[in-house]
Design a protein around this ligand. Structure first.
Ligand SMILES: Nc1ncnc2c1ncn2[C@@H]1O[C@H](COP(=O)(O)OP(=O)(O)OP(=O)(O)O)[C@@H](O)[C@H]1O
Ligand SMILES: [Mg+2]
Length: 360
């Protein structure tokens, strides 16, 4: 899903998160008809907490400068980037249409967008992907993923990239990047299983459910580490930065682990409830016997101690940490193994962006 840009191969996947900016550069080569992916570069840099607020870049200069640091410090020479957006200003709808010619389809898409998207058509950029030709006998047999993004959101993010003097080649959507990342790293499970991927970041939690290679549900929940930190600050009467430390397992003076754990548990209950509700909604959906088999978690908050255990207990489904480098080769003399183990949780989106750019 690409919003109105010219595609350039091997662009750097740049994930502009509200807590940190991540970059991944990947090269693909073909071996016996199969794609082999190799990591070329990787970068991470935290962002000041008021630069992006509720998904809007407030301080474009801070974001642009941080992008530059990510590239400079990691010697990434490639200026072409692909970014992703998410949240309320991106709407994803699955629709079914009868079989038709391409031109006719383009018109139908506009009509469908005007009727399915809760924003004025003129204020959005619309794109679509054909999911599958379901049943040729059925009349409504084109399953289509309709995606609309608010133009102001696109401009907001494009401006920061422009100011950082990078060449923006495409704009994707977080959940699609996660999907791509999962497909190449867990190809068997992607094709044959029903799985959920939950990316818990700072401002947002992206959730996608895939059934036998087909995405079935996308959701962005307005929950994440920043909300946790705000609540903890209020409850314990400490600063935001101190709350962030506690979340990352760093002790803060005069705050006992018990006190912190109590407030953290309250916040966790909230996110666990939302996850459970989404799963129940999916499993009660159109088909019988839908059952999610495995949950994969990623994002900064997935590093919270025993989060997978909490999810397993709440929803009764096996939960693992998603490894976005599982099937990606890298030169061990150039990249540190420990870094990968520690940071893998943060790179689900950036890797997905880079992989897509490497193969299309
Ligand atoms: N070691 C850790 N343990 C627990 N939480 C952590 C750890 N490291 C980071 N986090 C939390 O993860 C969050 C950041 O995650 P992430 O980098 O995925 O977000 P982001 O992509 O920058 O934000 P978003 O996509 O929501 O705008 C922060 O709220 C931070 O507190
Ligand atoms: Mg993120």
């Amino acid at each position: 899903m690409m919003f109105g840009k010219k595609h350039i191969k091997n662009a750097v996947g740049l994930d502009i998160g509200s807590h940190s900016i991540k970059a991944v550069e990947i090269k693909a080569r073909n071996k016996h008809g199969q794609n082999i992916f190799e990591l070329k570069s990787i970068g991470y840099e935290p962002l000041s907490y008021d630069a992006i607020v509720e998904g809007t870049i407030i301080d474009t200069t801070a974001v642009a400068e941080t992008i530059k640091i990510v590239f400079d410090e990691n010697k990434i020479k490639n200026k072409n980037v692909v970014i992703s957006i998410s949240g309320n200003s991106v709407i994803i709808k699955k629709i079914s249409l009868p079989n038709m010619e391409t031109e006719e389809l383009a018109e139908s898409i506009i009509w469908e967008a005007k009727h399915n998207i809760p924003y004025p058509y003129e204020e959005t950029n619309v794109d679509y992907a054909i999911l599958k030709q379901s049943d040729p006998e059925k009349e409504q047999n084109l399953d289509i993923l309709l995606v609309a993004a608010k133009k102001d959101k696109i401009a907001n993010y494009s401006n920061a990239v422009k100011q950082a003097r990078r060449n923006l080649t495409a704009i994707d959507v977080d959940v699609f990047a996660l999907l791509n990342s999962f497909e190449i790293n867990y190809p068997e499970n992607f094709k044959k299983k029903t799985v959920a991927i939950i990316n818990i970041g700072s401002n947002l939690t992206n959730l996608v459910i895939i059934e036998n290679g087909h995405p079935q549900l996308f959701r962005d929940l307005n929950i994440g580490g920043a909300l946790f930190a705000e609540n903890i600050s209020k409850e314990l009467n400490i600063g935001f930065d101190e709350s962030e430390k506690l979340i990352k397992g760093i002790p803060v003076e005069q705050i006992s682990q018990e006190k912190f754990q109590y407030v953290l548990d309250m916040n966790l209950q909230n996110i666990l409830e939302e996850i459970k509700k989404t799963f129940l909604f999916f499993e009660a959906g159109e088909k019988m016997d839908r059952k999610i088999e495995t949950v994969y978690i990623s994002g900064g908050l997935s590093k919270l101690s025993n989060l997978s255990g909490h999810i397993e207990q709440k929803v009764g489904i096996k939960t693992e940490i998603f490894n976005p480098f599982r099937m990606i080769e890298y030169n061990e003399s150039k990249f540190d193994n420990l870094y990968f183990e520690d940071m893998a949780a943060l790179f689900g989106v950036a890797t997905g962006l880079a992989v897509r750019s490497a193969v299309t």
